[in-house]
Design a protein around this ligand. Structure first.
Ligand code: GKR
Ligand code: MG
Length: 424
């Protein structure tokens, strides 16, 4: 079965002012939707980043992949690698670690691989989870992903999620998300306020939710000394501490001194980082992300490798839509080593999606007790809502944002803001 056509559509959707170490989310988040059509008329979906440098290369790859066999992932990967050459696509926000040629190839290849798996599942009337080895769980638990945030974007009305700028606000936000979705574990995005304030918020969460595993992620904005101090202060409170410090060496120095495992989606972001991270004992948990680990099959291979070295698995997310959530859910459902609740930004999209609500026919992508049941339909089990896609594409054309830039947006509000790392 060969690829006849590939449609690449950039989209924009509203995003609340979520704060992080790099600044604050802009009013519009970007994604790119990939739709592959085969010579037999089957279609498959993929979703990836929307930044312009990335989009341009995804479009080039789409042209180059016409005519490829949807089962020929290795040949497709080689074609993408050839196109990328020595290029390195970087992010302005730097929240998913260093960029490299390998990571560039992996992130451009990923949406095409996912779309081909969607097609292959549809061709044999089986869900993608079955193509990845079969399910080890029927539903994938996600965490309540809390952010410090303003009540609304500057100059715009409040957004309905409320402000969260202190421990009480954070606890209230947790109640809101847990009330709506039933999450059973909690992650707080830190790196926004001095560490003492974030430690206080974690203690407030522990008091309010004594049974929920907790994590804190300051996106590498602390020094080694600060990371060790905070890690010791939170002894017995955190399930894991995510990216306190920057780079494998500094993470290893912290890991040797703190009681809890360290997790990362910043210092181990391509296969070549695994040997030094293992040698130095830098991490106990890897947050995989099929969007930059080369798709679902390659991510599953990395998961097996991590298991071999005693590294546990969780899953990372950026602002995303339902095609990504479906892909993440199939992957985590087929990966025994994913033993921690995965991250998702889904609640912050507040129902905006390119995926039809009734897709799969059985309420695909609903949260039940904080977990997403694996969609039953063939392939990813989700269908494109073409009207929603057209609206979001129009939003993209009009919104003026072309690359995520949390830092410049923050500086437009607070000119003294600096995104330097470490900051504390
Ligand atoms: O959405 O602001 C955000 C997050 O900070 C995201 O960009 C990170 O990549 O979720 C991520 C993380 O866990 O580091
Ligand atoms: Mg992180």
């Amino acid at each position: 079965m060969r690829i006849r056509e590939i449609n690449v559509t950039p989209v924009a959707f509203r995003d609340p002012p979520l704060l992080n170490a790099a600044g604050v989310h802009e009013p519009w988040a970007l994604r790119t939707i990939v739709e592959i059509v085969t010579d037999e008329g089957l279609t498959g979906l993929g979703e990836t980043y929307g930044d312009l440098d990335h989009l341009v290369r995804v479009r080039d790859a789409a042209e180059a992949l016409i005519g490829h066999d949807v089962y020929g992932h290795n040949a497709m990967y080689a074609t993408v690698a050839g196109l990328v050459g020595a290029d390195v696509v970087t992010d302005l926000h730097g929240l998913t670690g260093t960029s490299s040629r390998a990571k560039t190839v992996d992130r451009i290849f990923s949406p095409f691989e996912v779309a081909c798996l969607d097609i292959r599942g549809k061709a044999v009337d089986r869900p993608v989870v079955d193509l990845l080895g079969g399910r080890v769980r029927d539903a994938v638990p996600y965490s309540a992903y809390l952010f410090y945030k303003w009540a609304g974007h500057p100059g715009a009305p409040e957004d309905g999620f409320g402000a969260a700028l202190d421990p009480d606000g954070v606890v209230e936000q947790a109640r809101l998300l847990i009330g709506r979705y039933g999450f059973r574990s909690i992650k707080l995005k830190g790196g926004v306020f001095p560490p003492e304030q974030e430690v206080e918020a974690v203690h407030a969460l522990r008091a309010a939710f004594p049974e929920h595993p907790l994590r804190l992620d300051p996106n590498a904005v602390w020094s080694v000394e600060t990371s060790i101090r905070v890690g010791r202060e939170l002894d017995g409170v955190l399930e894991y501490l995510e990216d306190p410090a920057e780079g494998i060496e500094d993470m290893a120095r912290v890991a040797a001194e703190v009681p809890m495992p360290l997790a990362t989606n910043m210092c181990v972001v391509t296969p070549e980082h695994i040997p030094p991270a293992v040698r130095q004992g830098a991490i106990g948990v890897l947050l995989t992300d099929h969007h930059y680990w080369g798709g679902l099959v390659r991510s599953a291979h990395i998961a097996t490798l991590c298991e071999t070295f005693g590294i546990e698995l969780s899953m990372h997310s950026n602002s995303h839509l339902g095609i990504s959530l479906a892909a993440m859910t199939h992957l985590a459902a087929a990966t025994p080593a994913v033993t921690h609740a995965c991250d998702t930004h889904t609640p912050w999209q507040d129902g905006q999606d390119v995926v039809a609500p009734s897709s799969g026919g059985k309420g695909a992508l609903r949260f039940v007790d904080g977990a997403v049941p694996v969609p039953d339909g063939p392939g990813l089990g989700v269908e494109l809502d073409r009207d929603a896609l057209a609206i979001m594409n129009e939003q993209y054309e009009k919104c003026g944002v072309r690359s995520r830039d949390d830092t410049t947006y923050m500086r437009s509000v607070d000119p003294s803001f600096s995104a330097r790392r470490p900051r504390w």
